[in-house]
Design a protein around this ligand. Structure first.
Ligand SMILES: *[C@@H]1O[C@H](CO)[C@@H](O)[C@H](O)[C@H]1NC(C)=O
Ligand SMILES: *[C@@H]1O[C@H](CO)[C@@H](O)[C@H](O)[C@H]1NC(C)=O
Ligand SMILES: *[C@@H]1O[C@H](CO)[C@@H](O)[C@H](O)[C@H]1NC(C)=O
Ligand SMILES: *[C@@H]1O[C@H](CO)[C@@H](O)[C@H](O)[C@H]1NC(C)=O
Ligand SMILES: *[C@@H]1O[C@H](CO)[C@@H](O)[C@H](O)[C@H]1NC(C)=O
Length: 743
């Protein structure tokens, strides 16, 4: 048990240390999805579940894997409703193999695109043994069918299953960012429609990019300038502007206008509105910029698009650090840089070297890269085809903005060591206090953190897949209120919160989960939207004093014989709480006669001075205060063995000398556990380096090792006694000293 105790200690002790730093306000780690709220899906022999389409209109989750697309029940993804196999033919496999690709991995069909079309069909693309192909699927009468239309997938879907890509469907037009050739060396951002438009093949446009995600923004809506809707693309690429010896990769955001048709002569069938800017997520320790891995658009439906935010996860490009970060960006900030910022321009220096500097010369009108707006229309320019050559030539040579996009607050919202962040979903919730919270769900470590007024605290960490696997896709449905995640070996579905894990009001409130509140009538911690009653919740302060008094504890009268032993029981109510003892209203000082155990207090070889009042208190810490509740109240009297008045003594337990030794060991362990004794290592450092499993262990030691099948009894109630080798586990059955005074 000792190594486990130490590990728990690491997390518990360091929990507060982390709070003192600037990284997080407070950290709470709780356990995993329980069997009854977490659904899993995977099929024997099928891998790479990395594409998803939520069809809330028909309660379906379409899940794309290697050579297969599944139609699953959106409410319980363990229920497979239908399946389409889309395998490559033997000939395709041979051709692929002849081109030097691995027949067992690369020469298969990896489903990469699943989008809904306007006529409610599904557009699907796969790598198809390095020969990408697209098709339509429909779902009717419980059956998914592939229409076998066999469209060319070049430029829509990558050839290489290991290459990253991004795509979005906007009004039946597919916007895709991927490589358009077999070698994967010609990147494009293109729109496939009857007027297809793509990027110029030029390193100043896209330079060895890694595409990450796309989002659309309804910027034409109530626009005073008559602006157009935009499609944003997030990626990382080798920086052309870097004045450096080595290759430097940077994060980017680019955008195009939906109405772009390309130019008439210059930029024919190419974007006239492709603009890009560097995205910074500063404040990280590495010299090299961190690279964007995913971005999520969060728009409040009651507000305008300018208030939308992009949340993005970043990981380091060098292997010397394992710090991941989340930065948030205002769409209005991005939009301002594109609409008003300066451009960068290449200047030749010496013979073959080009330096990129801020352009300070004349900028043609209409402004290069802008959408067709009222100003352009006044000039008689109603389509990009009408744009003058000087505007087009300008943007063709200078798609990069001089200014970089800075995150809100100028620094990351969250930084964390350990498994790199792969995906992010952000959800807004109005808590019981009326305040809005943005809750981030981050793959891979499967972290949930709430953000309020720039203050960040991690609520929950869940390991979805065992062994832990990178999350390849993460989606949220606001209709079912569930999260859907995919990895190489399967898919999982889980709710935004598992309130039922908190068994007491105090636990419920101190967890500070904006989704959960304590219902005083049913005496349960419930999901906010599941209750019509006013719930007790305190997300900001973690103020558990709002909880009704759990009921005063009745004092218990106990008597112990002089020189006898007595154990006063007091199991900890939760693993967030710390128990302490008071004697006659002062903190109890342990001594040879008074020894604090994990689940109680031992009075050994009692003398008259051990008589008195002993109270066991539980202490839970939150931002606002330390909450103490009395768990047990004992009035102990010491009886003289010679006397006969107190013969009806109630002896809970007596311990012999061998047992005493064991107790002392347990006491030592307990002191380590509580951090009373100094620990022989740098605490902060360990905390940061802990693995996801050890964080889980903080609140869910019993579930360790088999997180997905953790039973309901793995609640936060009593893991200490089970796992930390507490006295219950260590002590042999109590042996009674043959005391002459016994009865
Ligand atoms: C597909 O899954 C297998 C098995 O986990 C994994 O080894 C492989 O790297 C995955 N392939 C891709 C393209 O993600
Ligand atoms: C989910 O579906 C699976 C497979 O059909 C079934 O065994 C399980 O009981 C379902 N769970 C719930 C909560 O409905
Ligand atoms: C879910 O989100 C969509 C758009 O994001 C919105 O139109 C819809 O009203 C939302 N539904 C619910 C139940 O909140
Ligand atoms: C405990 O002892 C006190 C006096 O020492 C007495 O007032 C009280 O009634 C006793 N309680 C019980 C439950 O016996
Ligand atoms: C108990 O305490 C008495 C003095 O109060 C001492 O003489 C005796 O040795 C102690 N017994 C043990 C087992 O420590």
């Amino acid at each position: 048990g000792e190594s486990l105790i130490v590990r728990l200690c690491l997390v518990l002790v360091c929990m507060f240390r982390a709070g003192e730093g600037s990284l997080q306000d407070e950290i709470f780690f709780v356990l995993l999805c329980l069997e009854d709220n977490c659904h899993l899906f995977h099929e024997e022999g099928v891998f790479n579940y990395s594409t998803m389409l939520l069809r809330e209109d028909v309660d379906l989750l379409l899940l794309g894997a290697r050579e297969a697309v599944y139609a699953l029940d959106l409410r319980n993804i363990s229920k497979k409703l239908s399946l389409v196999k889309w395998e490559v033919t033997e000939k395709q496999k041979r051709d692929c193999q002849n081109k030097g690709k691995d027949p067992k991995t690369e020469c298969k069909n990896y489903i990469r695109i699943l989008h809904q079309t306007e006529d409610k069909r599904i557009y699907v693309c796969g790598t198809n043994a390095f020969d990408p192909e697209c098709d339509y699927m429909s779902y009717a009468d419980g059956t998914l069918t592939l229409e076998k239309k066999r469209e060319d997938g070049k430029g829509k879907c990558p050839f290489d299953p290991f290459q990253r890509y991004a795509s979005i469907m906007v009004e039946n037009d597919l916007y895709s960012a991927t490589s358009i050739n077999f070698l994967g060396s010609e990147p494009v951002l293109m729109r496939s429609s009857h007027t297809s438009v793509r990027t110029e093949f030029k390193s100043s446009w896209l330079h060895e990019p890694n595409f990450v995600s796309m989002a659309q923004m309804p910027e034409s809506f109530m626009s005073e300038d008559g602006d157009d809707d935009k499609v944003y693309l997030f990626f990382s690429e080798t920086a052309v502007e870097c004045d450096c010896y080595n290759k430097l990769v940077v994060s980017r955001v680019a955008r195009v206008c939906k109405g772009d048709l390309g130019g008439q002569r210059t930029l024919q069938k190419k974007w006239t509105s492709f603009l890009k800017a560097r995205m910074d997520c500063p404040g990280l320790e590495s010299q090299l910029p961190y690279l964007i891995q995913d971005a999520y658009r969060l728009c409040d439906p009651r507000r305008q698009w300018k208030d939308c935010l992009f949340y993005a996860v970043f990981t380091p490009q060098s292997e010397t650090t394992d710090l991941s970060a989340v930065c948030a960006y205002r769409v209005s900030d991005i939009s301002r840089v594109f609409a008003e910022g300066k451009y960068k321009t290449p200047v030749p220096v010496e013979t073959s070297f080009v330096k990129w500097v801020m352009y300070s010369g004349h900028v043609p009108v209409p402004r290069p890269g802008s959408c067709i707006d009222n100003v352009a229309r006044k000039e008689g320019i109603t389509r990009t085809l009408d744009l003058p050559d000087r505007t087009l030539q300008f943007i063709k040579d200078r798609p990069l903005m001089d200014q970089a996009i800075q995150p809100i607050g100028g620094k990351p919202l969250l930084m964390r060591r350990g498994a790199p962040f792969t995906r992010i979903v952000v959800n807004q919730v109005q808590a019981a206090d009326g305040a809005q919270y943005s809750v981030m769900f981050i793959g891979t470590g499967w972290l949930k953190a709430a953000n309020h007024d720039g203050e960040m605290f991690i609520i929950e960490e869940v390991q979805l897949f065992e062994p832990p696997e990178p999350i390849k896709i993460l989606k949220f449905s606001n209709v079912t209120g569930q999260l859907y995640a995919g990895s190489d070996s399967g898919a999982a579905q889980m709710p935004l919160a598992t309130c039922g894990r908190s068994s007491s009001c105090m636990d419920c409130v101190l967890a500070r989960d904006p989704y959960c509140g304590w219902d005083t009538v049913v005496r349960e911690c419930v999901f906010l939207s599941d209750s019509t009653r006013g719930l007790i919740q305190s997300v900001k302060a973690g103020d558990a004093s709002l909880c009704p008094n759990a009921g005063a504890v009745n004092p218990t009268n106990l008597s112990v014989l002089s020189q006898g032993n007595l154990k006063l029981r007091c199991p900890s109510p939760s693993n967030l709480a710390k128990t302490t003892w008071e004697r006659d209203d002062d903190a109890l000082t342990p001594s040879t006669r008074l020894q604090i155990l994990e689940d109680g207090l031992l009075i050994l070889n009692a003398t008259n001075s051990e008589g008195g009042r002993y109270r066991c208190l539980s202490e839970e810490r939150s931002k606002a205060a330390v909450y103490k509740t009395t768990l047990a109240d004992y009035r102990v009297s010491v009886a003289d063995p010679a006397g006969s008045n107190d013969r009806t003594t109630l002896l809970e337990a007596r311990v012999d000398v061998a047992l005493l030794l064991v107790s002392l060991l347990a006491l030592l362990a307990w002191n380590f556990y509580n951090g009373h004794l100094p620990l022989p290592w740098n605490c902060m450092k360990k905390n940061i380096e802990q693995s996801p499993e050890s964080q889980d262990a903080a609140r869910s030691a019993p579930a360790e090792g088999k997180p997905l099948v953790a039973g309901a009894d793995n609640g936060r109630g009593n893991h200490r006694a089970e796992e930390s080798g507490g006295p219950n586990a260590l002590l042999p059955p109590l042996q009674f000293i043959d005391d002459e005074s016994e009865i």
